[in-house]
Structure formats: structure tokens, C-alpha cells
Design a protein around this ligand. Structure first.
Ligand SMILES: [Zn+2]
Length: 353
């Protein structure tokens, strides 16, 4: 099967998050037919190629977001037009999946000279569910990871996290007509003062990712148009950089605000790998790049703990989660060439590091 035909087959197999069964079945059969011993848990697949030595994980996701409005054709009926394959998931991340699968097939035929590649094609990345985090402890010891996401084959060595805060401003319920005389505190006014402070907050920039800004994303308060509200709740979304610790950041923000401030979600920590790490150096060499970049979006890298990792793959993140998503055949072939060069290069370099 050519890389283009594989990508077309993957896009033609719908795999919206939680519905990855059919694509997992297809890949499992394909890889078993090439001699892989494939493990499966739910809709997650993993297998090893090679023996001993350093152990490099190659991970990407099987799932896609649901189709959005505005598609010109059927998002599940891939079409090649002028060297581009349009279809849901073509870019995010079935191009990475096709390139990693072809890399695995080549390695199954021509075992790596040293070291072991562990491939994990996992579910529910887009919803942070039953995916890589649920199988990580079954993959054995790991020395590094490549996370396949569309980065235009730029070597991403830092990734933003996400910290979601829930803030509750308290006040005193009172008739609007009597509120001033009673000295009643208006919870919405209190929230407004805090929101102005949040808008003005500035943090130390990260060298690859730049600044973090607090974004208030939802707000709810007040029950009647003639009553001073006793509560106002709002959520704050912070796309954090690796120089900002979530717990320390939360307590410093909480000290600034009049509202009660609690962590609503901190499951996506920011990530970074030292640019001097052998994995980053090997990835830069294989991609022909001078230096690493940072990425604003989170990914399954967030679940890999302290494992050194780079996020890299064919395609462009700006095409993801949009109508008429596509990948070009040239991008797919470059992705395959990149992973095929990086795996043996890292496994060799890691031995000598
Ligand atoms: Zn993705």
C-alpha cells in the first residue's frame, strides 16, 4: 500500500472521538499482517519493533473532532485534488498516523540496527479521555517520545499547558433600591474589578512560547433585574508556559483577587524538552531545521510526565478542526521520510549520549 492510499483509507474510516473501533481494527489487521505483535486495550493499539537498547515511543491519535459546518464535500469521503487529500482528520492527525504506520511497516521489514521503537496509536486525544494516559504504564521503560501532530515538520520542543480557574465573587442579596443605603456588596461589581485585574496581569515570557495572558471565558451572576446579586461566577483560561507552575500561579492570582479562586482543571501541564537533549538534536538534524519552536496547542504530550519528547508531524495546525481540512501528498511523503530518518538516528545517538 502506498502512503497516499493508506492516508485515503484512514480518512475514509470515520473515527470521531470514542468511535475509533473501526480504524483500530483496520490498523491492527494491517500491522499484524506485517508481523507486528499488536496489543490492544479499548481503541488503543501498541507494539514494539526491535530489541534492547534505547526505547523511543512514537505516539499519535486515531480520533478526530466531529465534522464542523462549511464542508464543500463529504468529510468522510476523501478526495485527491491537485495533490491534496481533503477529508476529516487528513491533517489532524491521520497524516502523522499514516506516516508513522508506514515507518513501522518499514521497520518491521528492516529491524532497527539497535534499540527499540514502540508505536502507540491511541484514542480520545481530542477529548482527553481513554487514550495514551490509560496505557502508558504498559509500554515499559521509555527514553524519549515523538508525538505526531501537524507542525509543518517543525521540531516543537515546548508546548503550552492549560490551567482553568473557577472564581466566585460573593455579595449581599438586597433590593436594588436599598442596596446603597444598606452597604450591600454587589457580587457582579466585585467580579468586574477582578476581571479588570486579570486583564492587566503580565507574566514572565517563555523563550519559545512567549507570553501567557488570562482570558475570562464565561460569566454568570444575578437572578433578578431589581436585585443586587449575592454571587457571580466566572472561569479563567490560562494557556501556560513551562516557566509557570500551575499551583504557584494559582496562589499568586488568588492573592490578587477579591473572588474565591479555585483550580477547575490543571490536567494539561505545559511541557518542554531541553534543546540540547539528544532527541531534539536528532529531530533537528532529521528535519533539516536550525532550532526548535514552541506550540500553542496542547496534545497527548501533556500526559507523558517527565519523558523527554518532541511534537512533530506533517501538516499545518491552522488547518485542524476546520472545514475542508487537507494534507498534501508531498507533506505526507516528507513526514514519512522524517520519521524513518529520526527513529534510527535517535536510537543510535542515544547509545552514545
Ligand atoms: Zn491532533
Amino acid at each position: 500500500m502506498t502512503p497516499g492510499a493508506l492516508l485515503e483509507k484512514l480518512v475514509a474510516t470515520p473515527s470521531v472521538s470514542t468511535e475509533e473501533g473501526a480504524i483500530a481494527d483496520f490498523l491492527q489487521d494491517l500491522l499484524v499482517s506485517h508481523g507486528a505483535q499488536v496489543h490492544r486495550q479499548g481503541h488503543n493499539l501498541w507494539f514494539e519493533v526491535g530489541e534492547g537498547g534505547s526505547r523511543l515511543l512514537l505516539n499519535t491519535h486515531l480520533d478526530t473532532v466531529p465534522p464542523c459546518a462549511g464542508w464543500q464535500g463529504d468529510p468522510f469521503a476523501p478526495q485527491w485534488t491537485n495533490g491534496r487529500l481533503h477529508g476529516l482528520g487528513a491533517n489532524d492527525a491521520k497524516g502523522c498516523l499514516a506516516a508513522m504506520t508506514m515507518t513501522a511497516i518499514h521497520l518491521l521489514e528492516w529491524k532497527p540496527a539497535q534499540g527499540t521503537a514502540i508505536f502507540a496509536f491511541t484514542a480520545e486525544e481530542e477529548i482527553g479521555g481513554q487514550g495514551i494516559a490509560t496505557i502508558l504504564d504498559q509500554l515499559g521503560p521509555l527514553d524519549g517520545a515523538i508525538v505526531g501532530e501537524p507542525t509543518n515538520l517543525q521540531v516543537c520542543a515546548a508546548q503550552r499547558g492549560m490551567l482553568m480557574l473557577r472564581c466566585t465573587a460573593k455579595g449581599d442579596a438586597a433590593h436594588a433600591a436599598h442596596a446603597h443605603a444598606l452597604g450591600a456588596v454587589n457580587a457582579i461589581h466585585r467580579a468586574a474589578r477582578d476581571i479588570a485585574k486579570l486583564d492587566a496581569l503580565r507574566f514572565e515570557p517563555h523563550p519559545l512560547l512567549g507570553e501567557t495572558r488570562a482570558q475570562v471565558t464565561t460569566i454568570a451572576g444575578g437572578k433578578a433585574r431589581n436585585q443586587v446579586p449575592d454571587a457571580c461566577e466566572f472561569f479563567v483560561d490560562l494557556r501556560t508556559t513551562p516557566n509557570l507552575d500551575h499551583a504557584a500561579l494559582t496562589s499568586s492570582i488568588a492573592q490578587e483577587l477579591e473572588s474565591d479562586t479555585a483550580i477547575h482543571s490543571a490536567r494539561y501541564p505545559p511541557k518542554a524538552t531541553d534543546p540540547a537533549h539528544p532527541l531534539v538534536r536528532a529531530a533537528l538534524a532529521a528535519a533539516g531545521r536550525k532550532g526548535p519552536v514552541g506550540s500553542n496547542t496542547t496534545s497527548d504530550w501533556a500526559y507523558l510526565g517527565d519523558l523527554p519528547a518532541v511534537k512533530i508531524g506533517p501538516g499545518d495546525t491552522h488547518r485542524s478542526h476546520r472545514a475542508d481540512e487537507y494534507l498534501t501528498l508531498a507533506e505526507l511523503e516528507a513526514g514519512l521520510a522524517f520519521y524513518s530518518a529520526l527513529v534510527p538516528a535517535f536510537l543510535k545517538e542515544a547509545v552514545h549520549a
